[in-house]
Design a protein around this ligand. Structure first.
Ligand SMILES: NC(=O)c1ccc[n+]([C@@H]2O[C@H](COP(=O)([O-])OP(=O)(O)OC[C@H]3O[C@@H](n4cnc5c(N)ncnc54)[C@H](OP(=O)(O)O)[C@@H]3O)[C@@H](O)[C@H]2O)c1
Length: 353
């Protein structure tokens, strides 16, 4: 059987900005028959995420991330529909997911790598399983639960960087649901700022590409910052940490502004900022959603309930066609974040449901 797939064509280099030519689409063949324990599925959605930038390097810098190999198919979060199964847990028509779904139109996977999904949980909106009802939602929810120290009624102010991105847009809303009294987002366009406030319930938003972030934070967070959901690191985070209160907390979710640089993770803070962090007893512990697998199932149920109740607003950009995965979405995503209005996970849709 002939399928289409996307392989890593070249590496951008640790300090390079990825370009379209780093990926290549090609035809490949899959065996016509599956063997015991295997499942054949048709790909429906693939997720495109910032951590994939690290997988483009020969050395990803993380022990839990494997590098993509040159001329081999790339992979990541994906969803598909089972076409044939020789594994007892799956039957034709089941909707399944894996963290290591190959970027190809059809896949044959070991059933042990797959999880079955219940479409009813998301009212049939399957792509949510890669976003608000998947790893993205879990990251925002568990990051806040495990590292945020958010308490109902404690009058806490939360700041979110990368606030219009997949994790950030959910983190601000979840921070509010969990009890923060004020939520301020930082993102890169006026349009995103306006959507965060008018649709996502943020109290205010700062465009970091305009004006002075520190001054705007000072004005918009009059009682200081108690919880900082950090997606980006760099100068933005230095400005936020400057405004943080005694005994406050950083949720170290990601450092996207540093991913095209050869720096360790998490990158060390500049000495003056580190001094503030220590003097004010601000926690900045590493957070990794995969370390909380035992809490994923219950957390997904909570996220799905909030989505159904309309308490968690979800926006997503879905782009059709495997040929666009590197060229149109992945590369711009890493370079600038979303160029178009997108407040949630970018996904590639290969087939209409
Ligand atoms: N710890 C974990 O377990 C875990 C799990 C999943 C994701 N993450 C991390 O969470 C972070 C967010 O992931 P995501 O899926 O939400 O990504 P995303 O949807 O791509 O959103 C990231 C946002 O960051 C902004 N951005 C990009 N480059 C930037 C820069 N140089 N400076 C400031 N802002 C920049 C972009 O928007 P604008 O610039 O337009 O505002 C973009 O919307 C990433 O760092 C990722 O690695 C961590």
């Amino acid at each position: 059987m002939i399928i289409q797939r996307v392989v890593l064509n070249s590496r951008p280099g640790k300090n390079g900005v990825p370009v379209a030519e780093n990926f290549r689409m090609e035809a490949a063949s899959l065996p016509d028959k599956i063997t015991d324990g295997q499942v054949q599925a048709r790909t429906l959605y693939l997720s495109v995420d910032p951590y994939m930038r690290c997988r483009m390097n020969e050395d990803t810098g993380s022990d839990y991330l494997l590098p993509w190999q040159l001329s081999e198919v790339a992979d990541g979060g994906g969803i598909g529909v089972v076409e044939e199964s020789k594994h007892a847990n799956f039957a034709k028509g089941d909707i399944v997911t894996s963290f290591n779904w190959p970027w190809q139109t059809k896949v044959i996977l070991d059933g042990r790598l797959l999880q079955k999904l219940d479409p009813q949980l998301v009212d049939g909106h399957l792509s949510y399983f890669l976003g608000a009802a998947g790893i993205t939602g879990l990251t925002s929810f568990l990051g806040i639960k495990e590292k945020g120290h958010v308490t109902q009624g404690a009058n806490q102010t939360m700041v979110v960087s990368g606030a219009a991105g997949a994790c950030g847009s959910l983190a601000g809303q979840i921070g509010r649901l969990e009890g923060c009294s004020r939520v301020v987002g930082i993102c890169g366009t006026d349009e995103k700022c306006s959507i965060l406030v008018s649709e996502m319930g943020f109290d205010a938003a700062i465009n970091y590409k305009k004006g002075n972030v520190a001054e705007q934070l000072h004005e918009l967070c009059p009682a200081g910052v108690d919880v900082y959901f950090d997606n980006v690191g760099g100068d933005i985070s230095d400005a936020v940490i400057n405004q943080m209160n005694q005994n406050s907390h950083i949720i170290l979710c990601g450092q996207i502004s540093q991913y095209n640089k050869d720096v360790p993770y998490p990158p060390p803070l500049p000495p003056a900022v580190e001094e503030i962090q220590k003097a004010r007893n601000i926690t900045r512990e590493r957070f990794l959603v995969l370390n909380y697998m035992d809490k994923h199932e219950a957390s997904i149920l909570q996220l799905c309930q909030w989505i159904k109740e309309g308490k968690l607003k979800v926006k997503e950009t879905v782009v059709k066609g495997l040929e666009n995965i590197g060229v149109q979405m992945f590369v711009p995503l890493l370079e600038y974040g979303f160029k178009i209005i997108c407040l949630n996970k970018v996904k590639m849709s290969l087939q209409e449901r």
